[in-house]
Design a binder for this molecule. Structure first.
Ligand code: C2O
Ligand code: CU
Length: 629
């Protein structure tokens, strides 16, 4: 057993916050030829000053780095990450896209799978990374801290890079696209919890660099530089870590070939524009086959066109720079007097390119490709919309932007909220009372309805912005909402986007499972004709699914991982506004399908021990009656 190799007590923290991983090799019993490793990391969460856009900002990061350290494992390894919280905030770390089979306790969702790690506390996340290959990532799951607490999680095939189902790249580089916030992330969260969504990021970043659109005080910012050698192939492991922003990425003079997304291989798809939404990852090959020189890469923030409310235009840039054949002693690359090639900028209001980009992904036939369920046992038709609740617990109130109500986000007009007082995380409450199907920890689980309360012309643009007609459509409930599934249930979900008050897309993310994306289209889903569009042959397998603007997406997954799994929109503001639910998956019939008990070092909640920081416990409603209906 790997477990016997692990220290169960207080994690051993190396004196130096070494970024390097410690890897122990263990021979798996019964399989003398195979080795599995325990990969160990120490994550020290602390606040450091960083200067961007000519301004010093206190940011919360892991091991002093932005982005945080990349974790690299081989499929089948066990990970052991010692998190030491030296920040003044409550923190959890989520391993985005890791299936966490039988290890829901390590999923890192505050008050859902664990109490957060309080300041000056440690916790070791221990779990296996099995049955997945490619790029995933880790991020804080508390409030808005994902903006600065994030990093890549790279899973290589067991038999090495030569077993990639695509030409072996010469170089592999994680590339994280994100946002830079000058503003305090705690304040940002507070504003959003309060229904105030006016804050904007300061800038966009590639691997933490702002790029030269942000040359304050006349000094050109470096931006992220990718040094390439002519003829070589680069594997970019793209991650969108932004809170609010879907991006288009382009490199002048070069094409991308997408080979994987969300740690699932796809049939190679060549394009000059990548679309990537918050939560998604894309593994793309870039061949340095252009004339040697300098080429801008640009990441442009998408936004929906009017009548949606308009934000400032945001983009960032980096550079692809060819090493010259003859070396220069000054260490530069020889093209310093050649102007960089600029790509044609993607249109920030283009919502069609991302639709086709995602529609063009198909899964690669591969020994690891999971089987698509040909039938579903349960069906959901879920509308995604903004909504409103009455403030101060009132039953009725004026809506449509009135002060009497506040804006929330919902699935089928139910908006998620945690119980106002919770002594233990929901998973723990559930675990010890698994026979009780109707409540968790004494709080009723509100059944996520299988369909919306009202049928209306969901994608009617005249629903933006809100007016008298919308007032009756937007009424929403705040509940601890979710569904419970028998182990092995094949679930079909059609997410229907709406135009209720705004028309953006939603990157919907399910924890603990991958999903098959069967079809998408614009307009309103009609089972009579749309089921025929389902791809049951090679649908892409994802953990984050972009529900297109003014359209729908159909997906299936098999609920076969016992535990309590968060499902939510990966736009942070929608997550905080309540476009979330919990999916509870029962234990299966065999010993190998039963959720083990919690690890004994799981943090406890101890409210009151550190009151100031408990207030920041997203999505804890510690602030009186505002969010209680
Ligand atoms: Cu990447 Cu629940 O999130
Ligand atoms: Cu959303």
């Amino acid at each position: 057993m790997l477990g016997t190799m692990k220290s169960r007590g207080v994690p051993v923290v190396p004196a130096v916050a070494a970024a390097a991983a410690i890897i122990l090799f263990v021979f798996t019993a019964g399989q003398p030829a195979a080795t599995a490793a325990i990969v160990e990391h120490t994550f020290i969460v602390s606040q450091v000053n960083m200067t961007r856009s000519c301004k010093e900002t206190l940011v919360t990061v892991v091991n002093g780095q932005l982005p945080g350290p990349a974790i690299e494992v081989t499929e089948g390894d066990s990970l052991s990450v010692h998190v030491v919280n030296k920040s003044p905030y409550n923190i959890t770390i989520h391993w985005h896209g890791v299936k966490q089979r039988l290890s829901c306790w390590a999923d890192g969702v505050p008050m859902i799978t664990q109490c957060p790690l309080r300041p000056n506390h440690n916790f070791t996340y221990r779990f296996d990374v099995a049955g997945q290959e490619g790029t995933l990532w880790w991020h804080a799951h508390v409030g808005c801290f994902r903006a600065t607490l994030h990093g890549a999680l790279i899973i290589r095939p067991r038999h090495g890079a030569s077993s990639y189902p695509f030409p072996k790249p010469h170089v592999e580089i994680p590339m994280i696209i994100g946002e830079w916030w000058d503003m305090d992330l705690v304040q940002l969260e507070r504003n959003m919890v309060d229904g105030d969504f006016r804050d904007n990021p300061t800038a966009m970043t590639i691997n933490g660099q702002l790029g030269d659109p942000f040359n304050c005080s006349g000094i050109v910012k470096d931006g992220f530089v990718l040094d390439v050698e002519a003829g070589m192939t680069y594997l970019l492991r793209l991650i969108n870590a932004a809170l609010f922003t879907e991006f288009y990425l382009k490199i002048a003079g070069h094409k991308f070939t997408v080979v994987a997304s969300d740690a699932n291989y796809v049939n190679p798809y060549t394009t000059d524009t990548i679309a990537i939404a918050p939560g998604e990852t894309m593994d793309v090959l870039v061949v340095a086959n252009a004339p040697p020189g300098k080429y801008y890469m640009v990441a442009v923030a998408l936004q929906t066109p009017k009548p949606d409310q308009q934000l400032p235009f945001f983009m960032t840039s980096g550079m692809v720079q060819y090493r010259s054949g003859h070396s220069h002693n000054n260490g530069t690359t020889g093209h310093h007097n050649v102007a960089p090639v600029v790509p044609e900028l993607p249109d920030q209001h283009d919502t069609i390119t991302t639709y086709y980009f995602h529609g063009n992904l198909t899964s690669l036939r591969h020994p690891r490709r999971p089987q698509v369920p040909v039938h579903a046992d349960e069906y959901f038709f879920i509308t995604l919309s903004d909504g409103s609740i009455c403030r101060h617990g009132r039953q009725s109130c004026k809506r449509s932007g009135s002060n009497e109500s506040m804006l929330v986000a919902a699935m089928n007009n139910v908006s998620f909220q945690l119980p106002a007082t919770v002594a233990a995380p929901l998973l723990e409450a559930h675990y010890y009372h698994r026979n009780n199907t109707a409540s968790i920890g004494g709080v009723d689980l509100y059944m996520l309805p299988n369909s919306p309360p009202r049928v209306f012309n969901f994608t009617d643009l005249s629903l933006v912005p809100s007016g008298p007609k919308e007032a009756q459509l937007e009424a929403t409930k705040k509940r601890m909402v979710g569904r419970r599934f028998r182990h092995g249930t094949a679930v079909e979900v059609v997410f229907q986007n709406t135009a209720l008050m705004q028309t953006g897309s939603h990157p919907m993310h399910l924890h603990g499972h991958d999903v098959f994306v069967l079809a998408q289209d614009h307009g309103i889903y009609d089972p009579a004709k749309d089921v025929a569009k389902y791809n049951l042959v090679d649908p892409p397998v994802k953990n984050t699914v972009v529900v297109p603007r003014l359209g729908w997406v159909a997906l299936r997954f098999v609920a076969d991982n016992p535990g309590l799994w968060y499902v939510h929109c990966h736009f942070d503001f929608h997550m905080i506004m309540g476009m979330d639910a919990v999916f509870i998956v029962d234990d299966g019939p065999t010993v190998a399908s039963i959720l083990p008990p919690p690890p004994d070092d799981l943090p406890n909640c101890n409210h009151g021990d550190n009151h100031a920081s408990n207030e920041l416990l997203y999505p804890h409603e510690g602030k009186g009656s505002v969010l209680q209906s």
